[in-house]
Structures are given as structure tokens and as C-alpha cells.
Write a protein that binds this ligand. Structure first.
Ligand code: SAM
Length: 225
């Protein structure tokens, strides 16, 4: 099956099961108008994240990698009225677009955008006593994925769900000799997850409008939670 068919099926599913959503459409348009790269999750993936957060009954969500806030809106909509989502973004331009999109989506009171390198804002969150989080979504710079997963485990409650996007990379994850820092980061992350006794995990390969990739899914302390 061709990548055109993957996109067509994504559109078919999105139209049938999700429908047009003005806030999300406007958020994507604002990202494009601001010149942000078109690397948000797809609508079907956003709905997947929303459903995971709903199934998890998440009150506290941590997101690493905001871009224009598209996935933030999907996740934030799963929160109860008193729920909170902290999202980490290094680029102030991305964060400004995200803030405007998140406020327009009615989630301004529930979402806290922290601007800075996540490897610096994560220790700040810990020092503040933020969390423990019920769900962590990792979708930032791939070379730092091992550190992000370690931080996610540290800041999560027992039973928390960790989701990491882009962990298959069109199959390049198989290349143990790759010089690509994103592939190396993703492979190191898979090895860290495999060696972390607190995590029970799998990888779900995905195809669609975003090409061939995958999500890592893990539960913290699944056997004792
Ligand atoms: N989750 C977003 C969505 O689906 O709408 C897409 C996120 S995009 C793939 C990755 C984002 O991570 C970019 O906005 C990028 O600026 C940000 N990023 C990259 N390195 C980062 C870092 N060290 N700390 C925080 N954010 C980072």
C-alpha cells in the first residue's frame, strides 16, 4: 500500500470519526502562517492521545515539545476542569504561537507553557514539586529521548502512561550503525526502556499522513500499580 493510501485513509477516518474542528483547524493555520514546520501530530494521532489521556483519567499531563500547541489542545481537552498540563518548548516563537492557539481553544487556564530547553526546565519542575504526572507525552528533539524518558519516569506516578512519538523513523531504527543523531537517540531510548525495570512497554508502528513511524507506549510500575 502506498503512502498516498495511508494519507487517504487518515483523511477518511478523520472525517468520519473526528469531523472538522474549528479550534484545531485554526491552530494548524496559525502554525502555517507563522512559518512553523508542519510536524504536529495528525488529527487521528491527536485523537489517539486524547483517548489515551481519557482512558487514563489523567488530571496532570506533561508534554515535552509543544510546537504550536496542536497536540497540547488534543491532550488538554481530556483534562477535567481542575486538571493541568505543563508543556515544555525551547523556541519562544513556537511557544508564542502555542499560547495564542491554546487560549483560543479555551484551555489557557489549564495549560502552563514553560519556555526553555527541556533538559533545564525538567529539573526546575522537579524542584517545584510539580507532578506526579498521570501521562507524559514526549515529542521534542530525538537525541534527548533517553533523558526525557528518564525524567518522565522520575516525575510520573505509579500507573502513569508515557508516550513517545517518532520512534520508528521509517524503519531507520533498525540501523545499529546509523550516524543520524535522531536514530541514535531513539535506539538509546529503546534500550533504556528495555533496561528500566519500572517500565512495561511496547512500540506501535504507525502509517498515515505523517508517513511511517511509531509510538512507544509505556506504563510505570504496571505490575504493582
Ligand atoms: N507535539 C507537537 C504537536 O504534535 O503539535 C509537535 C512538537 S515538534 C515535533 C517538536 C518541538 O520540540 C519543536 O517545537 C521544537 O522547538 C521543540 N524542542 C526541540 N528541542 C527542544 C528542547 N531541547 N526542549 C524543549 N523543546 C524542544
Amino acid at each position: 500500500m502506498s503512502s498516498t493510501a495511508w494519507t487517504d485513509v487518515d483523511e477518511y477516518v478523520a472525517e468520519l470519526l473526528i469531523g472538522r474542528d474549528e479550534n484545531l483547524a485554526e491552530a494548524l493555520q496559525a502554525c502555517e502562517d507563522a512559518g512553523l514546520p508542519p510536524i504536529s501530530v495528525s488529527a487521528t494521532q491527536g485523537q489517539f492521545l486524547n483517548l489515551l489521556a481519557t482512558m487514563q483519567g489523567a488530571d496532570k499531563i506533561l508534554e515535552i515539545g509543544t510546537l504550536g500547541g496542536y497536540s497540547t489542545i488534543w491532550l488538554g481537552r481530556a483534562l477535567p476542569a481542575d486538571g493541568t498540563l505543563v508543556t515544555l518548548e525551547v523556541d519562544p516563537t513556537h511557544a508564542a504561537v502555542a499560547e495564542s492557539n491554546i487560549v483560543a481553544a479555551g484551555l489557557g487556564a489549564r495549560v502552563d507553557i514553560r519556555v526553555g530547553n527541556a533538559l533545564e526546565t525538567l529539573p526546575q519542575l522537579e524542584a517545584e514539586g510539580a507532578g506526579p504526572f498521570d501521562l507524559v507525552f514526549i515529542d521534542a528533539d530525538k537525541p534527548s529521548n533517553p533523558e526525557y524518558v528518564s525524567w518522565a519516569v522520575r516525575l510520573a506516578r505509579s500507573g502513569a502512561v508515557i508516550v513517545v512519538d517518532n520512534v520508528v523513523r521509517g524503519g531507520a531504527v533498525l540501523d545499529a550503525d546509523s550516524d543520524d543523531p535522531t536514530v541514535r537517540g531513539v535506539r538509546a531510548m529503546h534500550e533504556l526502556i528495555a533496561a528500566e525495570p519500572r517500565l512495561t512497554a511496547t512500540v506501535l508502528q504507525t502509517v498515515g499522513s505523517k508517513g511511517y513511524d511509531g509510538f512507544a507506549l509505556a506504563v510505570v510500575d504496571a505490575k504493582s500499580a
